[in-house]
Design a protein around this ligand. Structure first.
Ligand code: SF4
Length: 339
């Protein structure tokens, strides 16, 4: 493989056809702004770029600097993150910003890696894009591009990182990383790669095989767990009784009182919820289906009367599941049951 020629081909394509994204503002030194890169990379870990753009603008509007983020209450951070899912990311951004407000912003890969919620991918992205450090990023997109370039059916992380490091342009590590990311996101896409417009086509072993889409073989996905639950609406969809959730998945967010159904007995789950909140009588509103990490939820929503403090829904950060439940109660959507 003629690596210098490959770099020239990909960087030429990137400079003509790379995506214009709101976090790609260039500072006077020609590099990216580390705060924007950090927030964007954390956001894009589990959010698609189209939706990520909207969330990014909203988050940056609320917290334009790392200092503003550090000084905000956690609830305000979760509110600005509302709808993005995986709320541990927002809690980690907040904790990391508070550390940076005291210690200063790291300027190296190792310094970024020490911050909560920052893994090798994000550290490499910030270090290369904002500081010009020679660190190659490796995510699913990069792994797919490299697996195809060399026609490797099952590229391990170790192999892919080794190849990514070897191909990284030492003179332009940030541009190189963005170029590979963009190629994977817009041309070398998962199901039907657009090889006709690919700057690496003449060097690609998967294309030469005649079946580029076969590479790499899909990873075996973890089994999805089905969970049923019961939720209670006390009040109206606009003003209701809310509880703050614990745990790592939705911790810190607020939502409707919820109880998991055990052994398929929805009636017993509803009874437990009614006892806990000291409410009686409940009328079924409908059922909402919602998918979270390796979980498929089917939640039956009941409406009940109770003497509990009511809060305007708009004042609290709510999960997407709770927004769906409120939309159902307001008659804005009808969701089929999953089970
Ligand atoms: S030629 Fe096709 S398979 Fe190969 S890197 Fe380009 S888009 Fe991907």
């Amino acid at each position: 493989m003629d690596i210098p020629a490959l770099r020239t081909a990909l960087l030429g394509w990137f400079s003509a056809q790379g995506r214009e994204l709101p976090w790609r503002l260039t500072a006077p030194n020609g590099r990216r702004d580390p705060y924007r890169v950090w927030v964007a990379e954390v956001l894009l870990q589990q959010t698609q770029v189209v939706r990520g753009r909207v969330y990014f603008e909203r988050f940056l509007m609320a917290f334009p600097t790392v200092q503003a983020l550090a000084e905000a209450p956690q609830e305000a951070v979760l509110k600005a993150w509302e709808g993005c899912g995986y709320y541990a990311r927002a809690r980690n951004l907040h904790r990391a910003a508070q550390l940076m407000a005291v210690q200063g912003m790291p300027t190296s890969y190792d310094g970024w890696l020490d911050l909560p919620g920052v893994g090798p991918y994000t550290a490499a992205a910030v270090a290369s894009l904002a500081y010009g450090e020679r660190r190659a990023v490796l995510d699913g997109n990069v792994r797919r591009v490299l697996g195809r370039l060399y026609a490797v059916l099952q590229p391990t992380d170790l192999w892919a990182q080794g190849v990514a490091d070897a191909l990284l342009d030492p003179a332009k590590p940030g541009d190189w990383n963005e170029a590979v990311m963009d190629l994977g996101a817009t041309v070398c896409i998962p199901k039907a790669p657009r090889c006709g417009g690919c700057p690496l086509a003449s060097r690609c072993a998967a294309l030469a095989s005649g079946e580029p889409g076969r590479y790499p073989a899909p990873k075996v996905r973890a089994a999805v767990r089905e969970i049923r639950g019961v939720a209670l609406l006390i009040g109206t969809p606009e003003r209701l009784y809310l509880e703050q959730r614990g745990g790592t998945l939705l911790g810190g967010l607020w939502g409707l009182p919820l109880e998991e159904v055990q052994g398929g007995d929805e009636h017993a789950a509803l009874k437990r919820l009614q006892c806990r909140l000291a409410v009686s009588g409940a009328e079924l509103v409908g059922t909402v289906a919602h998918t979270m990490t390796h979980r498929q939820l089917g939640v039956s929503l009941y409406q009940a009367e109770g003497r509990l403090p009511l809060t305007p829904a708009a004042q609290r950060p709510l999960s997407r599941l709770d927004h769906k439940l409120l939309a159902l109660a307001a008659g804005r959507v009808t969701q089929p049951a999953l089970f």
